[in-house]
Design a protein around this ligand. Structure first.
Ligand code: NAD
Ligand code: GLY
Length: 377
């Protein structure tokens, strides 16, 4: 029998942004329950944006639930993968909207991981100068990070997430059931973004992750529910204070400056985003140590946890002639860079982060110590 009210396992986190505030719902059975979508602005048409991997698994379930709320529920599938997060494929969403005569009340539903979520959000920000959208994240990474906070973007060949907009969803629906089909490598990628919240904001959460990493890798439902909720709480608090990254929000990019260099240096899709972030956190922790902010024990502790989560802890060699130089060149196109000066998120003390620059020579020595054979020592 179809459930008609929201189940008791539901947890909600609110992100407080004035008239752009919204709830993040976390629980089981949410996609299959039409009540999950009660209260959204009324519209004639809903367009589900998904991809060729996720849609066969979950689009029919979502379509059935949405049919209770919309007269037309359309579906457009994007090709799967970071390499397709570009202009060409963004156009597929606009094609579907225009070919079906979608008006400015049409609601977009992003059913997929961070790639689908970022692209759908950007399309929603642009179509008719802005239509509502709902995030239905299906990867762990998307549930704990990318679906929350309104950053939307596509990649440019010269830099990751370089073209985009801040545009908040109406709601985020984290159905834990969908995580059962997630490949193990993708689960680990999501754990990287969960681990991130410890050193930047909550060392008690880091203690909890260390104690529960095996349960998380086993996909224990209670452990996942706690990890998703606490991650969303921390992200909601940071974004609530600094929606457009004037300052504080940058701490959410811990590990990302090195990680983005790895992702674009190897070619998008070679390493997963979460893998780049995992290894990038090891490098950013080493840089924090070089700056005299944290001790070696902290770096070892973080590196050990990242390794236990199934993530790489040794940076790849991006150039055999001047590896550190190649990293530096790639990091200069990071969005935090100012007039060519690279900005790094470093740990000031465990549980607190800030954005700083560092001398090139110091960054070079960190890269040399963390990459290739030297990194595995
Ligand atoms: P992804 O979207 O590529 O998804 C990973 C893979 O898992 C894909 O092959 C996808 O089809 C598949 N998949 C998704 N859900 C599945 C499920 N339930 N079962 C089986 N397979 C499933 O990758 P991701 O890690 O979710 O997201 C990474 C992207 O998110 C990057 O582009 C990154 O830049 C972006 N991101 C954005 C923000 C933000 O604040 N907007 C934050 C972090 C990351
Ligand atoms: N993932 C970083 C941010 O949302 O700001």
């Amino acid at each position: 029998m179809q459930p008609t009210s929201l189940s008791t396992n539901l947890q909600q986190v609110f992100i407080s942004l004035g008239d752009r505030s919204y709830p993040i719902s976390i629980g089981s059975g949410l996609l299959a329950n039409p009540a999950t979508f009660d209260g959204l602005a009324s519209a004639h048409t809903a367009l589900i944006v998904s991809n060729l991997t996720v849609a066969p698994l979950y689009a029919a379930l979502l379509q059935e639930s949405l049919k209770k709320h919309y007269q037309r529920v359309l579906l457009v599938n994007l090709p799967d993968g970071e390499v397709h997060k570009d202009w060409l494929n963004l156009q597929l969403i606009f094609d579907a909207l225009l070919e079906n005569g979608c008006d400015r009340k049409t609601v977009l539903f992003a059913l997929g991981g961070g790639v689908v979520g970022d692209m759908t959000g950007f399309a929603a920000a642009c179509y008719m100068r802005g239509v509502p959208f709902v995030q239905v994240p299906t990867t762990l990474l998307a549930q704990v990070d990318s679906s929350v906070g309104g950053k939307t973007a596509i990649n440019h060949p010269l830099g990751k997430n370089m073209v985009g907009a801040f545009y908040q969803p109406q709601r985020v629906i984290c159905d834990l059931d969908v995580l059962t089909t997630l490949p193990p490598r993708e689960l680990s990628a999501g754990l990287a973004e969960i681990i991130k919240y410890g050193p930047i904001a909550d060392m008690g959460f880091l203690d909890w992750i260390e104690a529960n990493i095996d349960a998380l890798l086993r996909r224990d439902r209670a452990a996942l529910a706690h990890a998703v909720r606490r991650s969303c709480e921390i992200k909601a608090a940071v974004v609530g204070e600094d929606e457009r990254e004037a300052g504080l929000r940058a701490i959410l990019n811990f590990g990302h400056t090195f990680g983005h260099a790895i992702e674009s240096g190897l070619g998008y899709g070679e390493w997963l985003h979460g893998e780049g972030v995992g290894c990038g956190m090891v490098m950013a922790a080493r840089l924090s140590q070089a700056l005299g902010l944290v001790d070696a024990n902290f770096v070892v502790r973080l590196r050990t946890l990242i390794g236990r989560a199934g993530l790489p802890v040794v940076g790849p060699i991006l150039s055999t002639s001047d590896n550190a130089g190649r990293y530096l060149d790639l990091m200069r196109v990071d969005k935090k860079a100012e007039a060519g000066e690279i900005k790094f998120v470093v740990i000031d003390l465990p549980g607190r982060a800030s954005v700083r620059s560092a001398p090139d020579a110091m960054v070079r020595s960190v890269i040399d110590a963390c990459c290739g054979q030297a990194g595995s020592l």
